[in-house]
Design a protein around this ligand. Structure first.
Ligand SMILES: C[S@@+](CC[C@H](N)C(=O)[O-])C[C@H]1O[C@@H](n2cnc3c(N)ncnc32)[C@H](O)[C@@H]1O
Length: 389
């Protein structure tokens, strides 16, 4: 790939080649064709700047300088579209970690001549990698943010690369360009849009980040095994993408947290809260009971000192707070609102132990037009969970 703009003045090739070597050495990149793509795409051209949070606020860093080049050709996620909305900051887009990107691309098992749809164009870097591998006439990508699509289109065109980029809600796929041999989503969905299955040819692959609630879920690779059925397993290694949103510029839904301590039920828990708290598979199992609207965080005297407690809240007004330090009686648990949220997390932890402490790779998903089911070990398992679609 050549570039008429910044790539001419920046000696980026050694950086890109080094990134490819590093990903190979780390075991994230095994196929020569994807190594060639990483070495050939000037990532700094598609990510000319990124944002970093400092004590003084967000700082924009140009990637055509030494620090920026080192960052853009490293296995790092970079925040590329950050906006202040009201009192908060909204991350609209990021450039995914290259190691995660190539791991996902390799797992699609693409062959020459195949056509791919990406949901979440972002910077266009992934579209550039896929175009290098398949040819740009076989790459389609959609992003809900029209300005990002326009920037990606212009920057890709400057590299002589012209995949089909569309602005819109990718939930609907791109029916006018279907069928695809593979669909890859670089934003997380709470259930698989049936349109994505319908637009994948039978035998084709859909690779997505399924998140049934914040942080609850991971990458699942489905094969369309029949016209009315897609099925597959979760990747053994956890991954997380930003949530899909249906409108440009939309801020993520916030769960209203009400902690009315006057009706709190107090008890002590023996289990260290960090044990279920730090186990993402437990969160996943708990999300099927808690529902999608979950908020959680840490409580402490101030942000300069370590937290003293963790808390969860759900949109029905339930909340729980658990101290991180224990007395002789255990960790103090306070639970308020209609449901006992910490008990739900403790139950999910017990369930995970009873199931033999499964990792992500033991879970799988079956998707049909009217039902989506999570299963353990095999589709006809006695352990299944309904995914709300
Ligand atoms: C992690 S970024 C994508 C990174 C990108 N693949 C790259 O190579 O830079 C996720 C992207 O998903 C987009 N997105 C969120 N909701 C979407 C939707 N409904 N349809 C399409 N794209 C969406 C965001 O605007 C954001 O650009």
């Amino acid at each position: 790939m050549t570039s008429r703009v910044s790539s001419e003045v920046v000696d980026w090739q050694p950086h890109a080649a080094r990134l490819a070597d590093e990903l190979k050495a780390a075991g994230k990149l095994t196929a020569p064709e994807w190594r060639a793509a990483v070495a050939a795409v000037p990532r700094h051209h598609l990510v000319p700047a990124y944002y970093q949070h400092t004590p003084d606020g967000w700082v924009r860093i140009d990637t055509a300088c030494e620090t920026g080049l080192a960052a853009v050709y490293s296995n790092t996620v970079l925040l590329t579209a950050v906006e202040n909305i009201g009192a908060g900051t909204v991350i609209r887009s990021s450039a995914t970690q290259p190691g995660l990107m190539v791991r996902m691309l390799e797992s699609l098992n693409l062959r020459d001549g195949q056509r791919v749809l990406e949901i979440g164009t972002g910077t266009g870097y992934n579209a550039a990698l896929m175009s290098h591998r398949l040819g740009d006439d076989r790459v389609f990508s959609v992003d809900v943010e029209p300005d990002l699509v326009e920037l990606a289109r212009d920057r890709l065109a400057e590299l002589g690369c012209h995949p089909t980029l569309v602005a819109g809600d990718g939930t609907a796929g791109l029916p006018e360009h279907a069928p695809f041999d593979a669909i890859i989503a670089t934003c997380a969905v709470s259930a698989v849009p049936w349109a994505w299955v319908e637009q994948t040819r039978v035998g084709g692959v859909i690779l997505i980040d399924l998140k049934t609630a914040v942080g609850a879920g991971s990458l699942v690779r489905l094969t369309r095994i029949a016209s009315e059925r897609a099925e597959g397993r979760f990747d053994p290694v956890y991954a997380a993408f930003m949530d899909l949103r249906h409108q440009a510029g939309a801020a993520p839904d916030q769960v209203r947290v009400r902690r009315d301590h006057s009706d709190a039920r107090q008890r002590a828990a023996r289990l260290d809260p960090r044990v279920p708290w730090n186990n993402l598979v437990v969160w996943f199992l708990a999300s099927f009971v808690l529902g999608p609207g979950i908020a959680h965080g840490y409580t402490g005297p101030d942000t300069t000192r370590p937290p003293t407690a963790v808390w969860i809240a759900t949109s029905d007004g339930s909340w729980a707070e658990i101290t991180l330090t224990a007395t002789d009686h255990g960790h103090a648990v306070a639970e308020g609102g209609p449901r006992r949220l910490w008990s739900i997390l403790e139950d999910s932890h017990r369930q995970w132990l009873d199931l033999g402490e499964p990792g992500w790779g033991r879970f799988g998903l079956t998707v049909t037009p009217d039902r989506q089911t999570l299963w353990l070990d095999q589709p006809d398992s006695e352990h299944t969970w309904p995914v709300r679609s």
